[in-house]
Design a binder for this molecule. Structure first.
Ligand SMILES: [Zn+2]
Length: 126
């Protein structure tokens, strides 16, 4: 049994309209919170009058602790959050499997196929 510390991945969710106007408006959130983040939350503390500005589209502009390294929608981040929650303490193994190059993705997407992971995983060894 591994005693690896499991750290929840985080995403920096920001406002695209503000970003395109040269303002970095957003915050870091735990990946499992990504589905709950809304336009008002992202603008908290920014001083931007987001309703008047017409802000509406959010985007994950940075991420930390995920096995993929590209911007994504908050909905895609939330899907990763579901994987993270589903695999529990096997997260480090799943996260290592993905960039290894021969992992199996779910459907046409990039999320790991957890059934395939279970078939292949042989535990954590010294
Ligand atoms: Zn905005």
């Amino acid at each position: 049994m591994s005693t690896t510390n499991i750290v929840e991945p985080t995403v920096w969710i920001g406002c695209l309209l503000c970003y395109n106007a040269g303002r970095l408006v957003g915050h870091w959130y735990g990946i499992t919170e990504a589905c709950e983040v809304d336009v008002a939350t992202v603008h908290r503390g920014s001083g931007v009058r987001w309703r008047a500005e017409g802000c509406e589209e959010l985007w994950c502009l940075d991420l930390d602790g995920l096995p993929v390294h590209h911007e994504m929608s908050p909905a895609d981040a939330a899907a990763w959050g579901e994987v993270y929650e589903q695999v529990g303490e096997q997260w480090p193994a799943v996260a290592a499997w993905v960039p290894g190059g021969d992992y199996v993705a779910e459907g046409d997407g990039e999320l790991p196929a957890l059934g395939e992971f279970e078939d292949r995983y042989r535990g954590c060894w010294e």
